[in-house]
Every structure is written in structure tokens, then in C-alpha cells.
Design a protein around this ligand. Structure first.
Ligand SMILES: [Zn+2]
Length: 677
């Protein structure tokens, strides 16, 4: 398949240094979790707590405005020049298949599957799934939560990819017949649920793949049915979204996963029909190629994603599918893949994943592994063998794993152990790659206004000795009342108190500023001492003059968490650490042993004098909102410190994994102010 050689459009260089285009729109999608996510999503209503993204001081904001004027072309959606529709369509490769793979790409894959042991194994697994599908009932029109058809759309898509690829590899007509049954059933649906447009986009994608990959198997009458469905249910609505005036087209101006999924999904329909529906397809593609630049700029500079690891996956998946199909169908992605930061995107799952395969699941994320066939595509496109090595280890034999498979590459051995992802303001530290017992810390500042954010500035996770000792509880149920609206910050899992950070002067209000945006003020990674300091003052500006948290990984064996908080009036302060471990606090309250799976970790309270460690349930404080129906977090405890009447507080806790047979613990390090770190 064609994966290389896209020209760097001349406009790209002008993007560098210009402020990202900010849009006062936020929405969310899909629950980011394990291999097969329960797909859920919803639009924001108006007047929600986290909307505009602006993490700037007034001066910086003024400069940004000036920059916006100077970079007017780059700040507008069309900053990377996109040719008019007729020029786009003039590049079309006639014939099918042309989405993601050509006839010869499939033929080559068939040969590789016969010889490469990895591909052979994945093919066997895919075939088992295909055989199982033959007897499964077709998908039904089901909106189980009253809003989303998305799990149906995703199932239809997955089946079209699986059956289509298996037919390409094996030529068995039963796959074709089964694929038709699935499509025919979805043709009869009353609609593809455009009010929740992800559902429409993913279903259009499913039909595009079914139509294109099995084109030579369909009768002309079948093709006509599929074409009409794509046009009437998908493409026309996508064009209407870009023209404006629909109630569900806001995603065309959004900067997050919805943009990539909706443009990418409908874009697949447009590319499938570009020869027979040139006006609709051309108009959609020209608009989509401009619009998708908005979220793509959010990868800069280091490839991270502020919606958390699960949405990194959803966003990059559709982003790559669209770019890959543009290349196979038109021979170019019009320079989109060279938007700054996009080449780095594959670094994010590598670093955000700890030694147990669990992610640092900030924002609305589950901690399950990121399985991402697009890592193969990114690996080949940007010559990053480590991306391919990552996916080879976690892949679940997705059809796109087979299609984009890349062998070779040494994995992570040459990569530095630590990384700071700027703009997302996320840091990860570890003691080793490829060692299940390694020490791993994920730590973040970041922007509480980010789509899908939790109030988790300053929070961290910690793995060591094969155990996740310090955990993020992840998202709660998306269908809870006001979860994406006015009640968002009443839910424990989304509040700061549900994270591993500090709470100042607790009460019913949001316990960090929902508009707060915090930077990693210092980051230094040496082998004996790796540190990051988050300036959390913007998160607690109502309560404190200054709030900083430093995390230091000492000798790659111990983790020091040090908070420095100063206020004009005495504060009440809570410090929380959520853990699935059992906790035994020493009699003097100055240390505790965490135990899990026969392993131990010691927590030692180094400062302030007089404070004590205690154990609490993972439940709201008495002064916090107590919404019914929220997750009960059974099996999770928290280690807590409570300090009252503090004006100038240094809180320091040392976390030391205790390997079996380790001799008596070494004395704790002396404390120094964060300003001396
Ligand atoms: Zn969280």
C-alpha cells in the first residue's frame, strides 16, 4: 500500500510559531478503555464549565492576539492551503479497492500472510472471528442509553473490515454474503442517528469499506443500494454540517476527537464515491481537509493529547485512517501529516503506558492498554520503528493490524526513560523499559478546560514491583445526570478529591478551578534524580497565593512527593492517594505500609511535623456533593493527610517500594525547598 511520499505543502512552515486556533466548543466521545470500548458520547450543552481553551497570562494573551493577526492565515482553519474541490477530485485513482489498500496491496498482504509468522497468527485469529461471525445475528437499531447508536455503528464497521479483509485473503463467498446481510440490515434502520454524529460517521465508514473492499463482489443493484445509503444517510448530512445550520454540525469547528472521527468517517464515504458523486464528495473533502487541521494542531509539539490516553487512540485512529485513505485514493494527504507534532503522536502511548501495560489514565480514561493499529502506519510514515514495536506487543489482530503491519525495529531500547509532553503538561518517569517490576510515575499539570478533563491537576499514578500502587479511578458513567454539563464537578471521580492531589478549604464547589491551567514549571531527568515541578497555583488561586507540587524519582527507586502551599489566611488542607492496596498505618501515624499481591510499599510522612497519615474510603468528603448513582469505588482506599490552620505548608511524602529480602531501609533524603530542586 502507498504510505510514503506525500509532499510537504508549502504552507506548513508558516504554521510554526503561530498560536493554535481556539474554538469555544467542546464535546466528548466514546469511553476510552480496553480493547473493545463501550462507545458512548454526548455533546456539551451551552454554558458549560470548561469551554474555551486559553492558558495564557494577559500579556501572553495580548501577544497571542498580535500573533493571531500576524498569522491570520495560519490561525484560520485553512492555514494549510487546500486546493478547490475539482483539483482534489482530479487526483482520484479510479477503480476499487482504493480505501486504505489497493488491489496490489491486498495481493502483497496475502503473500506476506503466508510467510510471516506474526501475520500468520493474526490471520488465524481473524479467521476464527470471521467464522464465528457467519452464525451471528445481524446488528439491530439499538440506542440503549437513549442517545447513542455508536456501539452498533462500531460493530457494523468492525464486521465490514473483518469480513472484507478475510474475503480478500481467502476468497470465500460466505464472507461476502455475511457482509451483505449486515449492510442490508443497517440500510433498513430509520436513520444513522445524526443527532449524535459520531454514530453517523462510523456507520458511513462501515459502508464505505463494505462498498469499496468488496466492490467486485456486489451486483450493480447492491452497489446502488450501498451508494444511496452512503449519500442519503452520511455524505449529504456531512456536507450540511460543514455548510452550517444543522444542530449537530458543531464538530466541524471543534478541536478534539469528534472532529477527526466525523471528518474521517464521512470522508471515507466521500472517497468511496468520489467518482460517482463528485459534487458532494468534492465539497465534503475540501471542507474536511481544512477542518481537521484544528484538532491536528493539538498534537504539537510532542504528540500528546489533552483528552487523555483513550481519546488519543480514538482521535489518532480516525485521523490516520483518513490520511491513509486520502493517500491510497488520491495519492496525497495534502501535507496534513506534516502538521507539527503529528509525527510525534506515536510517542504518547509508548510513554503513557507503565510496566504493567496500564496507562496513566488522566481525564475520562480507563487504564487498559492502548491497542492502536495506526502505530504501524505512523511507524512507516515517519520511520519510527519503536512505534511498530509497541503495537506488535499489544495488538489484538485487528484487521488494520494486518493491513499496516510492520516488522523489525528494536523497540524502546534506545529511547530515554523519561519524557515531558509539553502543552498537555504530562510527565512520565520510569526505571527501565521491558521490566514488569520497574518503577513508573505518571504526573500531570495541564488544563482543566480540556475536553474530557477531570479536576486532576497535580495528580499522579505509580507502579512498582508489578503493582499499581497509586491509581486514577478513571471516568464515571457518561449517562449520569449532567455528566457533560452543569453537574460534572459534583462527581467524585471527576473532582480533585477523587485524585491523588491536594484539596484546599474543602466545600461543595469544584475543588480545583475548572478553568485553571497549570504548567510543568521545571523538568529535569537525570539517571540518579529525575524531577518535575508543577505550578498548580492556577488550580487553587481562590484558596492560596501559591501551590506547587514537585515529584522526584530518587535513584530510580524512591519517589518523593512534595507540596508547597502558601496562603494569606489559614487553610484546611487534605492530601490524598488512592490505592487498591491494603494499608497499615504505623502507630505514630508517620509511616504506612501498603500491601498488594504479596508486595509492599512504604509511605513515609516527612513533613510537616505533627501531621499523621490516615486511611479513608474513596468517598466524597462530608462537605462535598453526594450525587446518587455515582460509582462507589469499592476496593479502593485512600491514604490521607489532614492539616488545619496552615498558612505556609510543606507536605512531603516519600514512597518506597520494598523489594523482597531488601535490607533495612536507607534513611530518607533531606528535604530542600522546591525552589532549590
Ligand atoms: Zn481521573
Amino acid at each position: 500500500m502507498k504510505t510514503n511520499g506525500s509532499p510537504i505543502a508549502s504552507g506548513v512552515a508558516e504554521l510554526v510559531g503561530c498560536p493554535p486556533f481556539r474554538v469555544p466548543f467542546q464535546a466528548k466521545a466514546w469511553t476510552p478503555n480496553n480493547a473493545i470500548p463501550a462507545p458512548i458520547a454526548e455533546e456539551w450543552g451551552a454554558g458549560l464549565p470548561h469551554t474555551m481553551k486559553t492558558k495564557r497570562s494577559p500579556l501572553a494573551f495580548g501577544l497571542a492576539l498580535l500573533g493571531t493577526v500576524l498569522c491570520a492565515a495560519a490561525a484560520a482553519p485553512e492555514s494549510l492551503p487546500i486546493p478547490p474541490a475539482r483539483e482534489i477530485l482530479a487526483k482520484l485513482h479510479p477503480g476499487h479497492p482504493r480505501l486504505l489498500a489497493s488491489e496490489s496491496d491486498f495481493a502483497r498482504l496475502k503473500e506476506r500472510v503466508a510467510t510471516d509468522p506474526q501475520l500468520k497468527e493474526w490471520h488465524a485469529r481473524l479467521r476464527a472471528e470471521g467464522r464465528r461471525l457467519l452464525d451471528q445475528p445481524v446488528s439491530k437499531y439499538e440506542i440503549p442509553d437513549g442517545l447513542r447508536l455508536l456501539s452498533t455503528s462500531r460493530r457494523v464497521l468492525d464486521r465490514q473490515q473483518t469480513l472484507g479483509l478475510l474475503h480478500r485473503l481467502e476468497g470465500d463467498r460466505r464472507y461476502v454474503e455475511r457482509a451483505w446481510q449486515e449492510l442490508e440490515a443497517a440500510v433498513r434502520f430509520p436513520d444513522w442517528n445524526p443527532r449524535h454524529f459520531l454514530d453517523t460517521a462510523e456507520m458511513t465508514h462501515a459502508f464505505a469499506i463494505g462498498y469499496d473492499w468488496l466492490y467486485d463482489q456486489w451486483t450493480e443493484a447492491q452497489r446502488a443500494v450501498l451508494r444511496q445509503a452512503i449519500v442519503e444517510r452520511g455524505l449529504k448530512l456531512g456536507v450540511a454540517c460543514h455548510r452550517g445550520g444543522t444542530t449537530y454540525g458543531w464538530w466541524t469547528r471543534s478541536e478534539h476527537n469528534w472532529n477527526q472521527v466525523c471528518n474521517g468517517g464521512i470522508g471515507m464515504g466521500a472517497l468511496a464515491l468520489a467518482d460517482v458523486e463528485p459534487e458532494l464528495a468534492g465539497e465534503f473533502l475540501a471542507a474536511a481537509l481544512k477542518s481537521i487541521q484544528l484538532p491536528m494542531r493539538r498534537f504539537a509539539p510532542d504528540g500528546a493529547w489533552d483528552e487523555g490516553p483513550g481519546y488519543w487512540n480514538y482521535a489518532t485512529s480516525y485521523n490516520v485512517i483518513f490520511l491513509a485513505a486520502l493517500e491510497t485514493a488520491l495519492g496525497t494527504d495534502f501535507g496534513l501529516s506534516h502538521i507539527p507534532g503529528f509525527a510525534e503522536a506515536g510517542m504518547f502511548p509508548i510513554y503513557i503506558t507503565g510496566p504493567l501495560g496500564k496507562t496513566f489514565n488522566y481525564a475520562d480514561g480507563g487504564e487498559g492498554a492502548i491497542r492502536a493499529p495506526q502505530m504501524f502506519w505512523l511507524a512507516r510514515r515517519f520511520d519510527r520503528p519503536a512505534y511498530a514495536a509497541y503495537e506488535r506487543k499489544v495488538a489484538s489482530a485487528d484487521p488494520l493490524d494486518l493491513l499496516w503491519f510492520m516488522p523489525g525495529g528494536s523497540g524502546k531500547a534506545d529511547l530515554p526513560l523519561d519524557r515531558y509532553f509539553r502543552e498537555a503538561e504530562v510527565v512520565t518517569f520510569r526505571s527501565a523499559w521491558e521490566d514488569r517490576d520497574a518503577l513508573f510515575v505518571g504526573f500531570k499539570a495541564g488544563d482543566n478546560k480540556a475536553n474530557h478533563s477531570n479536576l486532576d491537576l497535580g495528580s499522579f499514578v505509580l507502579d512498582a514491583l508489578g503493582v499499581r500502587w497509586v491509581a486514577d479511578l478513571g471516568a464515571d458513567n457518561y449517562n449520569l445526570p449532567g455528566y457533560f454539563g452543569g453537574q460534572r464537578w459534583t462527581y467524585y471521580r471527576l473532582r480533585a478529591e477523587g485524585h491523588n492531589t491536594v484539596i484546599l478549604n474543602p466545600g461543595p464547589e469544584p475543588d480545583q478551578d475548572p478553568k485553571g491551567a497549570a504548567r510543568i514549571a521545571k523538568y529535569e531527568a537525570r539517571s540518579d534524580r529525575a524531577i518535575a515541578i508543577a505550578d498548580l497555583t492556577p488550580a487553587y488561586a481562590q484558596q492560596a497565593r501559591q501551590a506547587k507540587r514537585g515529584i522526584a524519582v530518587l535513584g530510580r527507586r524512591q519517589v518523593l512527593v512534595q507540596d508547597e502551599i502558601a496562603a494569606d489566611k489559614p487553610m484546611e488542607v487534605w492530601w490524598f492517594l488512592h490505592t487498591p492496596a491494603e494499608i497499615q498505618v504505623a502507630e505514630d501515624g508517620r509511616s504506612a505500609i501498603l500491601m498488594r499481591d504479596g508486595r509492599r510499599l512504604r509511605a513515609q510522612l516527612l513533613s510537616p511535623d505533627g501531621a499523621r497519615l490516615t486511611v479513608m474510603d474513596a468517598r466524597p468528603l462530608p462537605t462535598s456533593p453526594q450525587p446518587e448513582q455515582q460509582a462507589r469505588n469499592e476496593g479502593i482506599r485512600k491514604l490521607a493527610i489532614h492539616v488545619t490552620d496552615a498558612k505556609d505548608l510543606r507536605l512531603a511524602v516519600l514512597l518506597v517500594p520494598l523489594p523482597e529480602g531488601e535490607r533495612a531501609a536507607e534513611p530518607p533524603p533531606g528535604l530542600t525547598p522546591l525552589s532549590d530542586w
